[in-house]
Design a protein around this ligand. Structure first.
Ligand code: ZN
Ligand code: ZN
Length: 396
């Protein structure tokens, strides 16, 4: 006898893999997921889900349940791909040159479709509501905010019939972990992502006459080194911070002292209070260091996503459920990383848990690599955990 949380059967697993491969072939970039949205609408309609709403531009949301209680649980999958030219060698590789599902979001959408198919058949088992959300624009860090602005969390998206979301679950396939491993740490799990541009300006001149110029290259090089003191000297060593300068552009010839250098980089952190100091520290160090070398520094600082924080109680619930789920061999509670993820905006507003689903192993290609591949045996493991978590949330 089938129930909402029974492990996927062979036919459901075949659908799951088929959907993932269809999506993999047609990747679209952040906030341009038009064809993906259309394909999802068609696939949802074919499984009997018709009341589907466009939310957040290219995103979609739909709702299940009897609605006799206020309990409303959000399930979220991201939709976008990356500007990467696929070199996986798969026979269902991307048909769009320069675009690739290199982060596994195709697998996330397929997994949420498999969950949705179960919800279609078992909606009457949900006393409250489950909101299913396909979210655009994760890689750009903008999609979750767009869905929240459209009322996904407060219920406005559903034309006055909506209910306030009380909790949220999401998953990410994770290639460094072997299939069978689920990871759900408590508290801060992924970092806040900030982005900066520093323009260092000196005075150009002849490469052989440094005393007649102010070398922007030397000044900028000192700025790069000095910025590392944010992590090593300004912050508590027990509180993680990363400052990376990812690009350094300046100069035009071997015998010309450069007048201008543009540095671009990212700052990552977990702690909110610490995060508030970062723009000021970075600006101060850049300007004072440039000045010490006769140059100036103009700093632009932008915040992308907040840190992703798993609610300890929701992470404990997910871990307990995962331990008993078919296909799960290990439940890790430690994995944290300084990568960012815009599920963070949902978990900043409501308690929830974002968990990792092993889909590779130590030798696997990293996410965002042109050779990134997903071991598809991971897909039903993630779906089974999600179904068990939904069932447990509603006390079924
Ligand atoms: Zn990614
Ligand atoms: Zn991702």
């Amino acid at each position: 006898m089938s129930s909402l949380s029974a492990p996927l059967n062979a036919e459901e697993i075949a659908n799951l893999v088929h959907w993932r491969r269809c999506l993999h072939q047609e990747p679209e970039l952040s906030l341009e997921e038009y064809d993906t949205q259309t394909w999802l609408l068609k696939t949802l309609a074919a499984m009997g889900a018709h009341d589907v709403h466009k939310v957040g531009g290219t995103g979609l949301a739909l709702r299940f349940g009897r609605g006799e209680t206020d309990a409303t649980l959000l399930l979220r999958a991201d939709m976008d791909a990356l500007p990467v030219d696929e070199q996986s060698g798969l026979d269902f590789a991307s048909r769009r040159p320069g675009h690739m599902h290199a982060c596994g979001h195709d697998g996330h959408m397929a997994s949420l479709l498999a969950v949705t198919q179960r919800l279609v058949a078992h909606a009457s088992e949900i006393p409250g509501h489950v909101v299913v959300a396909f979210q655009p624009g994760e890689e750009s860090g903008r999609g979750a905010v767009k869905m929240i602005e459209d009322g996904l969390l407060d219920g406005r998206w559903l034309d006055g019939r909506g209910s306030r979301v009380q909790a949220a679950y999401g998953l990410h396939l994770w290639s460094p972990l072997p299939v069978g491993v689920i990871s759900c740490a408590s508290g801060p799990t992924m970092a806040a992502v900030d982005d900066f541009t520093i323009t260092v300006r000196g005075r150009g001149g002849h490469g052989a006459l440094p005393h007649t110029a102010d070398d922007a290259i030397v000044a900028a090089a000192h700025v790069v080194v000095a910025l590392q003191s944010i992590a090593s000297r300004r912050t508590n060593p027990l509180e993680p911070v990363v400052v990376t300068v990812g690009s350094f552009h300046g100069g035009s010839a071997f015998n010309v002292i450069a007048e201008e250098v543009v540095l671009r980089g990212t700052v990552r952190s977990f702690d909110k209070a610490l995060g508030e100091h970062l723009p000021q520290w970075l600006t101060q160090i850049a300007q004072a260091t440039a000045q010490a070398h006769g140059a100036t520094a103009e700093v632009q600082y932008q915040r992308y996503t907040v840190a992703l924080r798993n609610d300890p109680a929701m992470a404990d619930r997910l871990a307990r459920v995962a331990q008993k789920t078919a296909g799960v061999t290990t439940v890790d509670r430690e994995l944290r990383m300084m990568a960012g993820e815009d599920m963070a905006f949902f978990l900043d507003a409501v308690p929830g848990c974002f968990f990792f689903v092993g889909c590779g192993g130590p030798q696997a290609e990293p996410h965002h690599s042109p050779r990134f591949v997903v071991d598809e045996a991971a897909l039903p493991v993630g779906v089974n955990v999600m179904l068990s978590a939904v069932s447990e949330f509603f006390g079924a």
